[in-house]
Design a protein around this ligand. Structure first.
Ligand code: HEC
Length: 121
């Protein structure tokens, strides 16, 4: 019986660690690739660009794979071709996991301060 406990602990450790790594890689990619420029610091989107935060992972994966394959439903969405094209398979998975599990507090590092934007407060 003891053996099984050890095995379960090892497995749990491995999967949670793996999750954290993938999430972190997706997080880095999101800002390095400049996705935030259109989809927002918190992936919240705007009136023009769709929100990505906490959307279904399968949906995000499908969308990014389609864009990479040159498939889009509208001319507007063709903007995504260049961005998706620059992503490796693994990066698409990392971004999709990160976005589907998006936690707002992590992205505050990338918040643009009002000073930079010329705001008064
Ligand atoms: C220049 C602006 C721009 C950048 C940068 C950009 N996107 Fe997009 N993205 C768009 C537009 C425009 C659409 C399509 C909106 C539509 O279908 O009407 C879109 C759609 C998407 C969708 C589909 C969302 C949905 O709900 O249908 C995903 C997923 C996505 N982008 C991910 C990303 C990722 C990941 C990056 C960074 C690698 C990125 N985008 C960078 C403009 C951008």
């Amino acid at each position: 019986m003891k053996k099984y406990y050890v095995l379960i602990i090892v497995l749990l450790f491995y999967t949670t660690n793996n999750f954290a790594d993938t999430y972190k890689n997706g997080y880095d990619l999101y800002y390095q690739k400049g996705c935030n420029n259109c989809h927002g610091t918190h992936a919240e989107g705007s009136s023009y660009y769709p929100r990505l935060a906490n959307k279904d992972k399968k949906y995000l994966l499908k969308k990014l794979r389609d864009f990479k394959a040159g498939k889009a439903r509208s001319q507007k969405a063709q903007i995504m071709f260049t961005f998706a094209n620059s992503l490796k398979k693994k990066e698409i998975e990392e971004l999709s996991l990160f976005l589907s599990e998006f936690k707002k507090d992590m992205s505050t590092n990338y918040e643009i301060s009002d000073d930079l934007l010329g705001g008064s407060n």
